[in-house]
Design a protein around this ligand. Structure first.
Ligand SMILES: NC(=O)c1ccc[n+]([C@@H]2O[C@H](COP(=O)([O-])OP(=O)(O)OC[C@H]3O[C@@H](n4cnc5c(N)ncnc54)[C@H](OP(=O)(O)O)[C@@H]3O)[C@@H](O)[C@H]2O)c1
Length: 246
């Protein structure tokens, strides 16, 4: 198990959020600011205005998240990097983003990436018919329309799984909006009973991402998460130890 570098507790934690202008990014900014973290965020130049409400409290670096010069500037001196992996476009945007963060972040930094349940680390996830059949069909059609490339996220996460950095890949269930219900439960494999409800509030997905920065149990894990107040989470509460179910 990787060792934990000491964080200088006299200094606030400095966290970079890559892809901060989206919905998940907004929630992650709020959770980080509530914890007193310094936040530096990267978003596409055309999206900077989406961060107006935070402009006096965070540093904003406009740029494409797969631009290595942009990422090098943003992650310098950061204790943690939260990266939203998106499947948009067909130009290896996610792969380029992930590779830049893996290569350029501080050697001891905690690196936390977001994706969905469709990503499998070891092939042992057990998917519903919807995920097994619908996702490949939709992803094929979307790629054909040059709109979304889900395989790009798959390639991005392969690189992360092969990396010896201090990474965590958080795999989100279906999402909904609403007030926080608390830290989601997690398990190593989709198909585990505790995940059956397949529903997490987006605010709590962000909470899990931010909490992972300081949770060494999650280093080199790919937790699949589910809302803690869902039926399946409550029914299998006894399986949860140290935040994760086996
Ligand atoms: N949506 C779901 O149901 C769901 C379920 C499970 C997991 N997830 C995961 O959750 C994370 C956030 O997903 P979300 O759906 O909630 O989206 P989101 O947080 O609103 O983020 C969307 C991101 O995509 C970027 N983006 C949009 N169009 C783009 C383009 N053409 N090229 C490059 N970047 C583009 C946005 O940047 P701009 O602000 O610059 O447009 C923003 O950073 C993702 O990692 C996703 O895989 C989502």
């Amino acid at each position: 198990m990787p060792t934990t570098p000491e964080h200088d507790t006299t200094q606030p934690m400095r966290v970079c959020i890559v892809g901060a202008s989206g919905k998940l990014g907004h929630y992650m900014i709020r959770h980080c600011l509530e914890r007193g973290y310094e936040v530096v965020s990267v978003c596409r130049p055309e999206s900077v205005a989406k961060l107006d409400e935070f402009a006096d409290r965070i540093e904003i670096i406009p740029g494409r998240t797969d631009d290595r010069d942009v990422i090098a500037r943003a992650v310098a001196g950061c204790d943690g990097v939260l990266t939203v992996l998106v499947p948009w476009g067909v130009h290896n945007y996610s792969t380029g983003t992930a590779q830049a963060v893996l290569d350029l972040a501080e050697p001891d930094a905690r690196l936390v990436f977001s994706c969905g349940w469709h990503i499998s680390r070891d092939g042992l996830d057990r998917y519903s018919w919807k995920l097994r059949y619908a996702v490949p069909i939709v992803s094929h059609l979307a790629r054909w329309a040059r709109f979304v490339d889900i395989d790009d996220q798959v390639r991005a996460t392969r690189r992360i799984f092969d990396s010896d950095t201090r990474w965590t890949v958080v795999r989100g269930s279906d999402l909904e909006e609403g007030d926080s219900q608390g830290l989601p439960v997690w398990s190593r494999h989709v198909g585990d009973p505790i995940l059956a409800s397949n529903r997490t509030r987006r605010i709590d997905f962000a909470l899990f991402m931010v909490a992972a920065l300081t949770d060494d149990e999650l280093v080199r894990e790919a937790p699949a998460i589910n809302g803690c107040a869902t039926e399946s989470a409550r029914a299998h509460e006894h399986l949860v130890s140290a935040g994760g179910a086996e």
